[in-house]
Design a protein around this ligand. Structure first.
Ligand code: CDP
Ligand code: CDP
Length: 223
């Protein structure tokens, strides 16, 4: 039997992590785990409760008041807050604009990372995020760091919005992505950084299939 590995995929927003991670998981018969959804769910809950996320004392309240659960269902991962399915609601621009502020707190990361490590313990997982190869699964057999220019990443999000029939402003998206990149890479706890042993893939001018192909090749070399 082929060995079951842990595949860690990190990188900035809209580098293509989740799209590619889902396909890689599907091809290998692995489980895909989107860790960003956990930070988004907590942010959604904070906004619902009107908590100011910059204040440390509110973070404790937030963790007490918002129980986050991930569930793998037939059509993919679902995320729940206190039993309510928020899989769609966590994708709004309002949540996106605030999520990095929630995710920079140590207390938040301690709780989320512990959960993620439990999910990865069985192997046979593709997990994407910002700190998977550096902190969540530092012993992952395969580590990928995906990047792309800000212009390309904003354009991808812009196209996604237009396809969904949402209003979209390319310049605003560039600003939001730049701001989030900065907070995620500069935070004290588990910042977005390439692990020393990660394979970097610049997806700027690659198709989704080409990126998937490269990752499958890295996995094959490890198996
Ligand atoms: O899909 P997109 O790249 O826009 O974001 P995401 O993966 O859903 O992550 C949303 C935010 O959660 C990121 O900008 C980070 O602030 C935070 N995050 C994190 O800190 N660590 C992770 N492992 C995953 C996400
Ligand atoms: O998870 P992350 O935020 O890194 O990115 P994503 O949501 O998977 O991808 C953002 C968008 O870029 C999606 O609409 C993809 O179809 C598109 N895309 C890609 O993922 N990879 C490429 N090589 C080209 C486009």
């Amino acid at each position: 039997m082929v060995k079951q590995l842990a595949i860690a995929i990190d990188g900035p927003a809209a580098a293509g992590k989740s799209t590619v991670a889902k396909r890689v998981a599907h091809q290998l018969g692995y489980v895909y785990i989107d860790t960003g959804a956990m930070y988004r769910a907590l942010t959604w809950c904070a906004l619902k409760k009107g908590l100011n996320l910059e204040e440390e004392e509110n973070i404790h309240k937030l963790l007490q008041a918002c129980e986050i659960q991930l569930q793998m269902e037939k059509e993919g991962q679902h995320v729940y807050v206190n039993g309510q399915d928020v899989t769609q609601s966590i994708r709004t621009q309002e949540v996106t604009n605030q999520v990095s502020i929630v995710a920079k707190h140590r207390k938040v990361r301690d709780v989320m990372v512990r959960r993620q490590q439990q999910l990865a313990a069985k192997r046979g997982v593709v997990m994407d995020g910002r700190d998977i190869g550096t902190h969540v699964i530092p012993d992952a057999e395969v580590k990928i760091f995906m990047i792309a220019t800000v212009e390309e990443r904003a354009e991808r999000r812009h196209q996604e919005n237009l396809e969904k029939g949402f209003s979209s402003d390319l310049e605003e998206l560039k600003d939001e992505i730049r701001r989030r990149d900065e907070i995620d890479s500069q935070r004290e706890v588990a910042p977005l950084v390439k692990a020393d042993d990660a394979v970097e893939i610049d997806t700027t001018s690659l198709s989704i299939d080409e990126v998937v192909e490269r990752i499958i090749q890295v996995v094959k070399n490890k198996e």
